[in-house]
Design a protein around this ligand. Structure first.
Ligand code: PHE
Length: 341
């Protein structure tokens, strides 16, 4: 039995074969186990004579199995080290885990870079505003119909507090900045804004960029030049036909909406020339009441302001027809329009 067992152990080519030998010899119904079992039925003398021999046999088989197991395990490890070697020179695989900035952020950065060249710095303010910063300081008198046009989300008032709103535009940051800083002021304000509206081109949360310039001697010509330069740089065109159409905002006087000419080529929209006008932003000269509300003397300092929808500018520049996928976090969509790898 011992010879056979040792031969079988030596011949076992892998761990599974070795375990089969172990079961056949040392398992409950194994041959060595059967011999050990027979000991119990022997007379005390016979047992004394055979016991040590059988025990020694069992130990030798056991040891042989252990040794072979070590050898086979080492061999298996060697084999894995060879096949699983990592090639450090391979380039990393581009997988679904690779991310990118959201298109709105990328477009905001494009806008900030253009205005950055004109000396604007970035300023920010809170999404949850009070009525005074969002409306009153901006010359929306209490009860004025202009307030109704903003589809405002009102927050439940805390006890002893005036009710807060989700800011309906980035213009309250004009107020915050003028209250804190002395002119000259040249800021660009990115931010989320909120209005109760929902369809293919309106989402209840969207993004604006606001601009504010306060300096001595600022006039409408500065406003127009600045915005025309911006549109050319943003849409990457040498010339853009534009017009400033009179409009009304409580916080600017005069106020205007800027329209640009465009043409439509199938689904694609070309900004700059064409036979149709498109409105792209609101702007105007800062109203003297707003300057006064913020502690600036309108006889000394003047300024202009503008506000535009970033989501909409991104739709126009990159030909994205629907606003809703902006907020569905689909990498496929972002890749389709070239915003992520
Ligand atoms: N706040 C205005 C809006 O949301 C845009 C605007 C900003 C207009 C600054 C004029 C000056 O519609």
């Amino acid at each position: 039995i011992e010879q056979e067992a040792l031969a079988a152990i030596a011949a076992a080519a892998d761990l599974a074969a070795l375990d089969a030998v172990r079961v056949a010899e040392l398992g409950k119904k194994g041959r060595v186990s059967a011999l050990m079992g027979a000991l119990g039925k022997m007379s005390p003398d016979e047992r004394k004579a055979q016991g040590p021999q059988l025990n020694a046999l069992k130990t030798r088989v056991d040891d042989a199995i252990r040794l072979r197991k070590d050898v086979l395990e080492n061999a298996a490890l060697e084999a894995r080290l060879v096949t699983e070697r990592v090639d450090l020179t391979l380039p990393p695989a581009a997988g679904p885990g690779e991310g990118a900035l959201h298109p709105v952020m990328q477009v905001f950065e494009e806008i900030a870079a253009i205005f950055g060249d004109m000396g604007f710095t970035v300023a920010e303010g809170p999404d949850i505003e009070d009525d005074w910063h969002n409306f009153t300081a901006l010359n929306f008198p209490i009860g004025h119909p202009a307030r109704e046009t903003h589809d405002t989300f009102f927050m439940k008032a805390l006890e002893g507090d005036t009710p807060k709103v989700l800011r309906t535009h980035t213009s309250p940051v004009q107020v915050r900045t003028m209250m804190e800083e002395k002119p000259p002021i040249r800021i660009l304000v990115p931010g989320r804004v909120y209005r109760n509206d929902w369809d293919a081109t309106h989402t209840p949360m969207f993004h604006q960029v606001e601009g504010l310039v306060i300096e001595k001697g600022i006039h409408m010509g500065h406003l127009k030049g600045c915005l025309i330069d911006f549109v050319k740089a943003f849409f990457e065109v040498d010339n853009v036909e534009s017009r400033f159409r009179p409009h009304f905002f409580p916080f600017t006087e005069p106020s205007a909406e800027m329209d640009v000419k465009y043409s439509r080529n199938g689904d694609a929209i070309e900004i700059g020339a064409g036979d149709r006008w498109m409105e792209i932003l609101g702007c105007g000269m800062v109203h003297p009441n707003v300057l006064r509300n913020c502690g600036i003397d309108p006889a000394v300092h003047q300024g202009f302001a503008f506000g535009m929808g970033v989501d909409r500018l991104a739709m126009l520049k990159y030909g994205m027809p629907d606003l809703r996928p902006y907020f569905e976090a689909d990498p496929q969509w972002s890749r389709h329009y070239g915003f992520s790898p």
